[in-house]
Design a binder for this molecule. Structure first.
Ligand SMILES: NC(=O)c1ccc[n+]([C@@H]2O[C@H](COP(=O)([O-])OP(=O)(O)OC[C@H]3O[C@@H](n4cnc5c(N)ncnc54)[C@H](OP(=O)(O)O)[C@@H]3O)[C@@H](O)[C@H]2O)c1
Length: 329
């Protein structure tokens, strides 16, 4: 059968604040053809979960949030090859539905975990780490000597993006939102750290590059930083705008880019892991760098799944660093 008495999920009952996340019983059918049922050991919490919950991204309530988790395969639907019951697997995938003790999802979205990566590490790093991968290899191809500015550098994605950029030989100016986060950004390997609550990151970007401007800005903060991120760039530099934790980027005049022949891209992870070979290659690279110590994916905080609301409150309050988890039991 699909579920047992302890099974539960979180439901986003309507668009709104963290209080709209409520626990509900879970009734799960057997997996359909091409699907597997996964019992979750750990569930990743991501800022995209906030966008869907708040209504910034359209979602039809009620729904179960969450795009990232790791656990154990419990049952195979018809026609599934390459996985067996008992395999440890992880995913960063649509549709939403990870805030649950178990779920069914397409086998093609799962990657099998190597022995070196725990379920908790995978749930901390699949969505954020695969994002760091494409941001550094596709949105802007970071090379030795490139000067990069990374916003929210002590956050979930930032904590993987910064050491990965260093591994690729780039120089990294890390921007953090409070003095409490400076030390973490330094430990991640950033060459310089700016606390944007007390200093002008545009001036720092110029000083960091002897007045030239950085080659690329990775901006996930959005509305509050977008215009100033453009000001940090060198002529022909690239702004990778990949999130909006401070709110949506306001309407933008494309002629702003013409002033210094700037590049602007607004990418999404889903377009970079849709093809199975891309998903596998990126996951293999991520797991290798976790295993050799280049990257670390330890949760800095976790909550029981039933307390998803508290996890969202913490993430939105800017109190968290690194990756945070929900634990089903
Ligand atoms: N496009 C994609 O493919 C993709 C994939 C993954 C993630 N993302 C984006 O990457 C970003 C980071 O995601 P994450 O899950 O790892 O979250 P996170 O970085 O752990 O948390 C968000 C951080 O944003 C900063 N921030 C600045 N202004 C804020 C505000 N007004 N309210 C809340 N936070 C604010 C805070 O860091 P400071 O206090 O240091 O400023 C906060 O800790 C999000 O924007 C997410 O949407 C995009």
């Amino acid at each position: 059968m699909g579920s047992d008495a302890s099974d539960m999920r979180i439901v986003c009952a309507a668009s709104g604040g963290p209080e709209v996340l409520v626990p509900r019983e879970l009734e799960l059918a057997s997996p359909e053809a091409g699907e597997v049922r996964v019992r979750h050991d750990a569930i990743g919490v991501n800022y995209i979960d906030v966008y869907l919950r708040s209504g910034l991204y359209p979602a039809q309530a009620p729904f179960t949030p969450g795009f990232e988790a790791a656990g154990v395969v419990e049952e195979l639907g018809a026609g599934v090859a390459g996985l067996v019951v008992g395999d440890r697997v992880a995913y960063a995938a649509t549709p939403a539905g990870a805030y649950a003790t178990r779920r069914n999802l397409a086998a093609a979205r799962l990657v099998r975990l190597p022995a070196s990566v725990s379920c908790a590490q995978a749930a901390c790093s699949m969505l954020k780490g695969l994002s760091a991968h494409y941001l550094l290899h596709d949105s802007f191809k970071a090379k030795p000597g490139d000067h990069l500015l990374v916003h929210a550098a002590s956050g979930g994605v930032g904590s993987l993006l910064v050491p990965w950029a260093k591994r690729l030989g780039a120089r990294v100016l890390a921007v953090v939102g409070s003095s409490a986060k400076i030390e973490r950004a330094r430990r991640l390997g950033a060459d310089e750290v700016v606390d944007a609550s007390s200093a002008d990151f545009v001036a720092h970007a110029k000083a960091f590059t002897d007045g030239r401007g950085v080659d690329c800005v990775y901006d996930s903060v959005g509305g509050a930083t977008f215009a100033r991120s453009l000001a940090c760039l060198r002529t022909r530099g690239t702004l990778v705008s990949f999130g909006q934790s401070s709110g949506a980027v306001p309407p933008f005049d494309v002629l702003e880019l013409a002033k210094r022949s700037l590049f602007l891209t607004r990418p999404s992870l889903w377009d970079h892991v849709d093809a199975r070979d891309e998903l596998e290659t990126r996951a293999e690279d991520l797991f290798r760098l976790l295993a050799d110590g280049t990257l670390s994916a330890e949760a800095t905080a976790s909550w029981p799944l039933v307390e998803a609301r508290a996890a969202h409150e913490a993430l939105q309050s800017r109190a968290t660093t690194g990756s945070i988890l929900l634990l089903p039991s």
